[in-house]
Design a protein around this ligand. Sequence first.
Ligand code: TXA
Ligand code: MG
Length: 317
Amino acid sequence: MAEIGSDIERAISLLKAGELVAIPTETVYGLAGNALNSAAVAKIFEAKNRPHFDPLIMHVPGPDAAGLYAASIPDKARELASRFWPGPLTLVLPKKDLVPDLTSAGLDTVGIRCPDHPLTRQLLKELPFPLAAPSANPFGYVSPTTAKHVDQQLGSRISYILDGGACDIGIESTIVGFEDSHPVIYRFGGLSMEAIEAVVGPLQTRAHSTSNPRAPGQLKSHYAPGKRIVLGEITSLQNISAYRNAAIISFQVDYGASYQIVLSPDGSLHEAARNLFSALRQVDAFPVDVVLAELVPNEGIGRAINDRLSRAAAAIV
Ligand code: TXA
Ligand code: MG
């Protein structure tokens, strides 16, 4: 078990010593280390059991800091940063040499984001370096949205968990890269595609790649919980005899099952996003064979929810 608290000074001294600290963000908890120190970054890969080809996101205190690590910033990236940072948006930009190859997994680009959480913003402002932080879960598993989730899975591998409460958004950042200066979505996330398009115009998407992905988080079978997830129309699935002993994850409707999680009784996509990863963890503990789940409306943050549900369902368990 790791030490859990809200002592920023303790987090600072550990990070300065090259140790790992789990940090709260508005999306999910991150497993943070000094992004400019290859030894600290190596510890992140080891603690998560993450393959070295999967690059990390660098967290910075504000839009100005992006220029310290990005070799160039397209105009549209500048517009997006000034409009949405701090917030759930990661920009993939050409990297400067001072960013270690380990952080960017050998790519010539680096993902940069400015998280919107008061504790972590203060931490980033006080630190003399940016933080590399993937989601604080073992590779391939569901991301943590509370300090307790982090402790349950990685507690024995990290020194300190900075507890900033439950994550407000609950789903990872939207990742946007630039191809010939045109913005492309690599991962649906907490910032809606509609909000981004309102600033920079129509976007291309390149999410859901199954082979040789540009962002390995795009692997189709990511976000695997411990139970098999079957996606579809719940009432039809309930009629199938193999699915008799099932738990249900629904968006808004109460299906009257014994083991059931309704993501948002009010039909709010934001509430559903906030509850999704906890729900996926909870169903793991239910005494059922399988989990039946339904997609949510494919708009706004609903796209990210559907993306994570689809990938959880594609996982082999
Ligand atoms: O909300 C978030 O983004 C959270 C919090 C902690 O900030 N972080 C997060 O990190 O989700 P991670 O490592 O679990 O997912 C980051 C994704 C990975 O799929 C990685 O492949 C992709 O970002 N990525 C990072 N750098 C990239 C790059 N240079 N080009 C393309 N994809 C990149
Ligand atoms: Mg992750």
